[in-house]
Design a protein around this ligand. Structure first.
Ligand SMILES: *[C@@H]1O[C@H](CO)[C@@H](O)[C@H](O)[C@H]1NC(C)=O
Ligand SMILES: *[C@@H]1O[C@H](CO)[C@@H](O)[C@H](O)[C@H]1NC(C)=O
Ligand SMILES: *[C@@H]1O[C@H](CO)[C@@H](O)[C@H](O)[C@H]1NC(C)=O
Ligand SMILES: *[C@@H]1O[C@H](CO)[C@@H](O)[C@H](O)[C@H]1NC(C)=O
Ligand SMILES: *[C@@H]1O[C@H](CO)[C@@H](O)[C@H](O)[C@H]1NC(C)=O
Ligand SMILES: *[C@@H]1O[C@H](CO)[C@@H](O)[C@H](O)[C@H]1NC(C)=O
Ligand SMILES: *[C@@H]1O[C@H](CO)[C@@H](O)[C@H](O)[C@H]1NC(C)=O
Ligand SMILES: *[C@@H]1O[C@H](CO)[C@@H](O)[C@H](O)[C@H]1NC(C)=O
Ligand SMILES: *[C@@H]1O[C@H](CO)[C@@H](O)[C@H](O)[C@H]1NC(C)=O
Ligand SMILES: *[C@@H]1O[C@H](CO)[C@@H](O)[C@H](O)[C@H]1NC(C)=O
Ligand SMILES: *[C@@H]1O[C@H](CO)[C@@H](O)[C@H](O)[C@H]1NC(C)=O
Ligand SMILES: *[C@@H]1O[C@H](CO)[C@@H](O)[C@H](O)[C@H]1NC(C)=O
Length: 773
């Protein structure tokens, strides 16, 4: 699942599953002049409720922005409006006769703070509609007092940072028509079988139930058999719902229009013809992607061809696949069929009939053939995506001119980047990663590029200057090509939103321009494996507080490392290996509390052992190999748990002397009992740590470092004295190299304890034979 699928997930988590505000609560301004006077106790309850929170406009994550864009917090106007008549306040609706508050819409009100069970909100006993989505209630539990609102019809709490259990008292709200507790905080809210059963059994008027991202891992799906036949929308995306879904029951709910079960990877069951459904079935939006549900494809098409608008069948079990049937989905606008191992040619002859198609995801299948010539396809937003290793499409096109999103990665596209691509002026996302494109990158006129990935092709020539005009660009990956030219002549200053700048494995030359230090949003800077010259500009240590990776490995940089790291920085990986850098390590590295990997190997550093790094709590990899580090490492640790996470320690090929660092060995906790149930790698999915390691005398480049890769290499120094017995405590070691030193004495028998050891080199020392002591 690439960008595209992530986007389409967001897409349907947002507009498709957000419920309409009930007409009464959103139209208070219309009835302003005839609004009744509000009851003073309700007015004061509202004011106290509002005052129990702060209004914080910066709680907005990207996600909040989306729905709340441009909406003024309703409570701001409360103070300015008619001070006494709360019925006239924005977001407040009153009953016209009795003057009671019956509707409260505080969605996007930017309220922040704890939501207590003694909240004055609960004085508003006549509420019929309560919207509190997009606020930040600081992980409060949903108060069980909510059960007192027995007139409530619309209860909407989505994305408001509640946590804990959904209270069973919601089942008292038997008039509820919409219930939305979807959360953008994965699994912070939980619901159990007991509560869900009470809710679905008692809410017989329910038309829309939305519990996306709520933890349902303990729920038995059988309770869904109690869902009311009034149900229209059901969305349970990524709930960890597992077990056998009573699919026949849910599928036959007579009014069901929307059924989203995306991402419940342990959900089984099958949707097969049982009885003949009425062919005018209303099911419009349907996603089973990333579940284990199986579905009879011809049956699905037969029954829903006139109604389906959104169909998500990525990575699920489709039986009876027949691409010609796609032509019958006359209303379809979103079609997700990724990761299904479909083969043959892309069924363009069927897809061409789908006049409303906006997004199409066929990634991670086994399609072959050419890109179709469909530039005249009449669609404003058609998005394609043939992602991942399995499709093998070759050049062709042109594709529709209005494309905004195009993902063609991991195919067999060759030749120069086709001219029609440069004329896609609306393009925002372009992913041509891992093809066989050759030639230059021409200047382009894309209007507003957000992400550009041309990595892993055979492109050459210099960087087109139009890249540097893309003010909205957040992701730029040009790595693993043959791009050349002086990178120093480019001005990066306009790319204020850039988070990823990845240009490793090219032939770029020149100096790193200091305009890179204007990239205030940058998180990943990888210019490794080029031919960059000059010195490291001091600003590179301190320009973006979010910088997490700085990788300049394998260039021709010289001078010292004049970097000053600021407090609170995010640096996780600093790799300067393979340059000609001299001088000492900057002590401000101790401020890099998140540092996991520090690699300055293969330079000309002239320094003593940086013992002060022992306090970095996350440091996993320390590589000082092949420099001129010197002196003794017989220091007494100043930190309680020095190097507690360290698992690769490579000090080889330096001028260290004195005894082996026994006091450190004693404390290398991560080397003592590492265990892992599955293969994991250092770093994160967005950027895995990579390095060159020496294994059995060979340099081996690791694109990713396994978390179980645990080694000590102190070879080629002047260490003397004996090998300490307690080396046997480092039971998780895979490799140990003390060769080419001046070690004396016996080889300790405790080495027998290193049961995970795959290579051991003690050669070229003055050790005496193995003794059992
Ligand atoms: C169901 O969802 C659709 C699409 O998001 C929406 O337009 C409709 O109002 C919802 N129906 C109910 C009853 O909430
Ligand atoms: C709006 O309020 C009026 C009067 O209180 C009521 O009759 C009507 O049913 C309400 N409509 C909705 C959609 O809540
Ligand atoms: C506003 O919310 C953000 C995000 O939760 C937080 O970092 C910030 O400190 C809050 N501001 C105030 C003034 O409380
Ligand atoms: C409501 O409860 C909270 C937490 O228990 C408490 O701090 C607060 O003072 C209470 N407010 C009132 C008005 O009782
Ligand atoms: C079901 O709703 C009724 C009101 O219609 C209420 O009296 C009853 O307590 C509710 N039962 C449960 C189990 O919530
Ligand atoms: C699915 O089941 C497996 C095995 O029981 C479990 O490890 C995994 O977490 C489950 N996935 C979800 C999304 O609950
Ligand atoms: C379904 O599509 C096929 C192929 O385009 C067509 O022959 C058939 O008539 C369509 N069936 C219906 C019921 O629309
Ligand atoms: C992909 O398709 C080719 C033929 O086009 C076939 O030989 C191959 O087995 C298919 N791969 C998979 C994984 O199905
Ligand atoms: C193509 O789209 C345009 C504008 O959206 C519309 O006016 C035109 O009728 C469409 N043409 C066809 C053949 O659908
Ligand atoms: C592109 O690949 C095809 C085979 O897939 C080959 O026939 C053609 O010669 C290649 N074109 C270029 C320019 O390399
Ligand atoms: C950048 O994106 C914004 C929307 O986020 C858009 O309004 C603006 O036109 C874009 N700027 C350019 C130069 O494309
Ligand atoms: C290392 O630095 C010291 C002083 O800082 C200097 O005396 C010595 O000559 C340097 N060694 C090398 C090999 O450059």
């Amino acid at each position: 699942m690439g960008w595209f699928s992530l986007l389409s997930l967001l897409f349907f988590l947002l507009p498709f599953s957000s419920f309409q505000t009930s007409s009464n609560s959103s139209s208070s301004s219309i009835i302003h002049h005839l609004s009744p006077l509000c009851h003073p106790y309700e007015r004061s309850a509202l004011i106290q409720f509002k005052n129990s929170f702060s209004v914080n406009n910066t709680i907005a994550s990207d996600y909040y922005d989306y729905e709340c864009d441009g909406i003024d917090p309703p409570t701001v106007s409360w103070a300015k409006n008619d001070a006494s008549n709360c019925c006239a306040w924005r977001g407040v609706t009153c009953d016209e006769k009795a003057g009671h508050v019956i509707g409260l819409d505080l969605s996007c009100a930017s309220l922040q703070g704890a939501f207590h069970s003694n909240s004055t909100l609960f004085f508003l006993r006549n509420l019929q509609s309560l919207h509190l989505s997009q606020n930040d209630f600081g992980g409060s539990t949903i108060p069980s007092e909510i059960g007192k609102f027995t007139d409530l019809e619309h209860h909407i709490l989505r994305d408001s940072n509640f946590s804990g259990n959904v209270p069973p008292e919601i089942s008292y709200l038997s008039k509820l028509v919409t219930l939305d507790v979807s959360s953008n905080n994965f699994h912070k809210l939980k619901v159990d079988t007991f509560t869900l059963k009470r809710i679905v059994t008692n809410l017989t008027n329910l038309e829309a139930l939305s519990m996306d991202l709520v933890d349902m891992s303990s729920v038995s799906p059988v309770v869904l058999m109690n869902l009311s036949s009034s149900l229209i929308n059901l969305t349970l995306n990524s709930c960890s719902l597992g077990g056998n879904l009573p699919a026949d029951y849910i599928f036959y709910l007579p009014k069901l229009e929307m059924l989203y079960l995306f991402g419940n990877e342990n959900l089984t069951g099958s949707l097969f013809p049982k009885s003949n459904r009425n062919s005018s079935s209303p099911l419009k939006k349907f996603s089973l992607s990333e579940t284990k549900l199986s579905i009879d494809f011809p049956y699905l098409i037969q029954n829903f061809k006139y109604s389906l608008e959104f169909l998500g069948l990525g990575s699920c079990k489709i039986l009876g696949w027949n691409p010609t049937l796609l032509a019958n989905l006359t209303q379809i606008s979103v079609l997700d069929l990724y990761s299904n191992n479909f083969g043959g040619e892309i069924p363009w002859s069927s897809l061409m009939h789908l006049e409303r198609l906006i997004t199409l995801d066929l990634s991670d299948n086994n399609f072959t053939g050419q890109l179709p010539e469909i530039s005249s396809y009449n669609s404003t937003q058609l998005s394609f995506s043939y992602d991942n290793s399995s499709n093998s499409l070759t050049s062709g096109g042109p594709l529709p001119l209005e494309l905004e999103f195009l993902e063609l990665s991991d195919n067999l596209l060759n030749g120069t980047i086709p001219g029609w691509l440069y004329s896609l002026k609306s393009l925002e996302y372009l992913d041509l990663r891992s093809n066989q494109f050759t030639g230059y990158i021409e200047e382009f006129q894309f209007h507003s590029l957000v992400a550009l990935d041309l990595s892993n092709n055979k492109l050459h020539g210099s960087l087109p200057s139009s890249i540097f005009q893309q003010v909205n660009l957040t992701y730029l990956d040009l790595s693993s090509n043959s791009l050349s030219g002086d990178v120093g002549i480019n001005n990066f200053s306009k790319l204020k939103r850039l988070e990823y700048l990845l240009m490793s494995k090219n032939q770029l030359s020149g100096e790193i321009p200091s305009s890179i230090c204007n990239l205030v949003s940058l998180e990943y800077l990888d210019l490794s494996n080029n031919s960059l010259t000059g010195t490291v500009h001091p600003c590179l240590g301190n320009f973006s507080i979010s910088l997490s990776v700085l990788n300049l490995h394998m260039n021709k940089l010289h001078g010292t490392i004049p970097l000053t790291f600021a407090k609170g920085n995010s640096l996780r990986n600093l790799n300067l290996n393979g340059n000609q850098l001299g001088g000492i390590l900057p002590q401000s590295l101790v401020r890099c509390k998140k540092m996991e990997m520090l690699d300055v190997g293969n330079n000309k550093m002239n320094d003593t052992f940086p013992y002060w790094l022992e306090s970095l709590p996350m440091l996993q990899v320390l590589i000082l190999r092949s420099n001129r580090f010197h002196g003794s490492i017989e220091v007494s640790p100043k930190t309680a748990l020095p190097f507690r996470k360290l698992q690769i320690m490579d000090l080889s090929d330096n001028e260290f002397s004195g005894n082996l660092p026994t006091k450190y060995f004693k404390n290398l906790l991560a080397m003592m009992d590492a265990h892992s149930d599955r293969l994991t790698y250092m770093g994160e999915d967005a950027y895995n740590e990579s390095t060159i390691v020496v294994i059995k005398g060979f340099f081996i480049e690791m694109e990713k470092i396994q978390t179980m890769f645990i080694t000590i290499d102190l070879s080629k120094n002047n260490f003397e004295g004996e090998i300490p017995k307690l080396i046997g405590k480092l039971k998780s070691l895979k490799g140990l190299n003390f060769s080419h030193n001046k070690l004396t004495g016996p080889i300790p028998s405790t080495l027998e304890n290193l049961s995970n050891l795959e290579w051991l080199d003690l050669s070229s020392n003055e050790l005496i034979r193995w003794t059992h002591t």
